[in-house]
Design a protein around this ligand. Sequence first.
Ligand SMILES: Nc1nc2c(ncn2[C@@H]2O[C@H](COP(=O)(O)OP(=O)(O)O)[C@@H](O)[C@H]2O)c(=O)[nH]1
Ligand SMILES: [Mg+2]
Length: 196
Amino acid sequence: MEIKQSEFITSAVTPNQYPDDTRLEIAFVGRSNVGKSSLINSLTNRRKLVKVSGTPGKTRLVNFFLINNEFYFVDLPGYGYAKVSKVEKQSWGQIIEKYLVNRKQLKKIVLLIDCRHKPSEDDILMYGFIKHYGYPCLVVATKSDKLNKNDLVKNIGMIRETLNLCEDDQLLTFSSLNKQGKEKILDNLDSSLNDK
Ligand SMILES: Nc1nc2c(ncn2[C@@H]2O[C@H](COP(=O)(O)OP(=O)(O)O)[C@@H](O)[C@H]2O)c(=O)[nH]1
Ligand SMILES: [Mg+2]
């Protein structure tokens, strides 16, 4: 799949603000600073479709981008930012949950994990959430340029194990610096969009 066109459509908090559309969706989620904006920009060949590392943890919005006029990328708010209050954490959970409940056009969730670190409690909860609602998941281990090959292989195993990844869910690595893994991720998303 090649992404030729990408366009910001809207930011939403509540479901009545989501686009009134039945086109399929792929959602992206992960802790803040994991490289989510950088991944979306790389996949869409855009430098600034999504803002990279502004104030971490400050965006509590679900952002919809129309891709190739065919489907949406949905950028979910990042989590795990240490300085947010309990109330903010609750509102984050509610925003995510409202989106995940019953989203028929949602074909896959891309969960981003920094390849250098063991998945956090929040990452484990998020993966559980995704599986609870029954969505297929692609785990992307980000910032692969930061590790040598041996350590990367080792950490991929560790991430799989820590998340207790089910057999159907794939894990791919990615670097926004050298674009390692970009084609495989696009192929993976393409097949999710095309299987009926
Ligand atoms: N070395 C390296 N740094 C990255 C990579 N992806 C993102 N970053 C850096 O990590 C920080 C957070 O990136 P961003 O995309 O804004 O993360 P987000 O908060 O998850 O949207 C920024 O300083 C990026 O330049 C990567 O693949 N390799
Ligand atoms: Mg971001």
